[in-house]
Design a protein around this ligand. Structure first.
Ligand SMILES: NC(=O)c1ccc[n+]([C@@H]2O[C@H](COP(=O)([O-])OP(=O)(O)OC[C@H]3O[C@@H](n4cnc5c(N)ncnc54)[C@H](OP(=O)(O)O)[C@@H]3O)[C@@H](O)[C@H]2O)c1
Length: 334
């Protein structure tokens, strides 16, 4: 497994990370035993970065990771890095009602996460979305105090725009910005990515397959469960879905010429954008994980990159990446 360092001050990590969200929430039901087997297989393959959020299944995902790490060989467990998001406020019914980045809340969230994860520290800790009522300096300052106390190793950010990147980095070293980045979500390229690079902040890219949309496996007639985010995502609706799947077919031609899969091409494209970018793979089965790992062996040369750019131009996606109410929480889209 290739490794890289997250930003100028972050930890050394595998070149791909495993995002565990779909094992507990947002993409319909998941199989617990298969989820744990997938985490074990990822660790076995050399993936060291496990990404979660305390709100993924309201603690379910952290407890799942706890179990997976407890039942993994000691050598794999010791290498694993936990990247945890916090701050989302939930309802009993599962709704999202906002974010809380007040220092006392940050420390409260961390106390619960440490308990659920069964560890004495979190490797990277970040608020999922900027709390508009709390200056980012205060939220990051509270995490910096957790670092000082030994409960957290590194500070991350999520879906933050260039200005807040600068403000946060002025408070304490930031290891990485977690943000959506894929062939069809290229908003970071204009300002956010150059700013992160200037500040020595790495990128952990999520939605690299646009939540499965550009994986090559998603079909027009796929029935989504009521608790599947994709049922509400603009990119998966009606004509938008048709247009986006046409892009996938254009990408499939290039993948087939190279003898690789569409998902591998999409992951390899993100990885090819810089060594400072670590794609977070949302695999929740061993089969999907194996496919994703294959992306590490895909080399895209200048001609491949140009062909991909032509097949899927930067602004070609139809539909926003989140429903309007959730777009409003994205500091990165201001
Ligand atoms: N910071 C943030 O705001 C934020 C937001 C979202 C996610 N994240 C993190 O990023 C991680 C990845 O995000 P994501 O799940 O949206 O990413 P993704 O990789 O774009 O989508 C994952 C989904 O794609 C489908 N898929 C099809 N082929 C696949 C393959 N070969 N490998 C993996 N998945 C394949 C799977 O759906 P099916 O199983 O249904 O086929 C899977 O659930 C999450 O787990 C979470 O940790 C962070």
């Amino acid at each position: 497994m290739r490794t890289t360092t997250l930003g100028a001050t972050g930890p050394q990590t595998s070149a791909l990370g495993l995002g565990c969200m779909g094992m507990s929430a947002l993409y319909g039901d998941a199989d617990r035993a298969e989820s744990i087997a997938t985490i074990h297989a990822a660790l076995e393959a050399g993936i060291t970065l496990l990404d979660t959020g305390d709100f993924y299944g309201m603690g379910h995902n952290e407890l799942l990771i706890n179990e997976a790490l407890r039942t993994a060989p000691a050598a794999h467990r010791e290498q694993a890095l936990t990247s945890v998001k916090f701050g989302a406020l939930r309802t009993v019914e599962g709704g999202f009602t906002g974010y809380d980045g007040r220092p006392a809340a940050v420390k409260n969230f961390a106390a619960y996460s440490l308990q659920r994860l069964g560890t004495d520290h979190i490797d990277i800790y970040r608020i999922a979305r900027v709390d508009p009522d709390v200056p980012i300096e205060e939220t990051v300052g509270a995490i910096a105090e957790l670092v000082e106390a030994g409960h957290v190793r590194h500070i991350g950010l999520s879906e933050v725009g260039a200005e807040n990147l600068r403000r946060a980095a002025a408070v304490a070293p930031i290891s990485d910005l977690q943000i959506e980045y894929s062939l069809i979500s290229r908003g970071i390229e204009a300002e956010i990515l150059p700013t992160a690079r200037e500040l020595g902040i790495g990128i952990t890219a999520y939605g690299v397959l646009s939540r499965g949309l550009i994986s090559g496996h998603f079909t027009r007639d796929r029935k989504l469960a009521a608790n599947d985010f994709r049922g509400m995502s603009p990119r998966f609706q009606g004509e938008n879905l048709d247009r986006n799947l046409d892009l996938v077919e254009a990408l499939r031609k290039i993948a087939e010429q190279k003898g690789v899969t569409v998902a591998q091409t999409a992951i390899a494209w993100v990885a090819a954008q810089g060594e400072d970018i670590v794609p977070l793979i949302g695999a929740r089965t061993r089969a999907r994980l194996t496919e994703s790992l294959g992306a590490l062996d895909v080399t895209l040369d200048e001609a491949d990159l140009a062909a991909i750019e032509q097949a899927v131009p930067a602004d070609a996606a139809a539909g926003e990446r989140y429903p309007a109410a959730q777009m409003a929480h994205l500091d990165s889209e201001r």
